[in-house]
Design a protein around this ligand. Structure first.
Ligand code: APR
Length: 177
């Protein structure tokens, strides 16, 4: 059974197979978690990203983690929130599903997600949490090869949200806080 871990902290510190980056379509770095990951990974990450030719919203691409403790970085591009009439929820769900599919292809066993799109991109946190947990739950129903999926919340609001919501999506014996 895949373990689900909730972490309140910095995703760049996790020694897992893959951390997911909330990138932008250029894949050339930015602020937020994107900036933190690039700073921690070092300049080789940007050099690797330059060869990827960007990434469409909802899609995901993978690079090594370089100086990060994580083996890989899966770069995904979340939707910018524009009021909810522009397929934002569907595209955010695709970020999680495509990231997990790529992690599976690269035989990753532990994957850690930040709260994609809930920062600069303005996606409402509650709706984003429901979308993320539903997508991951659906994927894990079909594929049991992951050892652990972590949700890494940097801010208190997201952490409390996930803490309240997790038991509605996963069994108590599956969850580690
Ligand atoms: N570890 C984990 N989560 C983090 C970290 C970190 N070190 N730093 C920030 N976060 C959290 C934020 O608190 C937020 O909850 O990541 C979540 C996503 O916020 P952003 O990083 O702003 O990402 P997003 O909303 O998807 O916007 C993407 O921002 O940084 C730019 O280049 C990025 O243009 C892209 C846009």
């Amino acid at each position: 059974m895949t373990k689900i871990r909730l972490i309140h902290g910095d995703i760049t510190l996790l020694a897992v197979d893959a951390i997911v980056n909330a990138a932008n379509r250029s894949l050339l770095g930015g602020g937020g978690v994107d900036g933190a990951i690039h700073r921690a990974a070092g300049s080789q990450l940007l050099e690797a990203c330059k060869k990827l030719n960007g990434c469409e919203t909802g899609q995901a691409k993978i690079t090594p983690g370089f100086r990060l403790p994580a083996k890989y970085v899966i770069h995904t591009v979340g939707p910018v929130w524009r009021g909810g009439q522009d397929r934002e929820t569907e595209l955010l769900s695709q970020c999680y599903l495509n990231s997990l599919e790529l992690a599976k292809q690269y035989e990753c066993r532990q994957v850690a997600f930040p709260n994609i799109s809930t920062g600069v991109y303005g996606f409402p946190k509650t709706k984003a949490a429901h979308t993320a947990l539903s997508a991951v739950k659906d994927y894990l129903t079909a594929y049991t090869g992951f050892e652990e999926i972590s949700f890494v919340c940097f801010d208190q609001e997201n952490y409390q949200l996930y803490k309240d919501l997790l038991p509605s999506f996963f069994s108590q014996d599956q969850i580690t806080f």
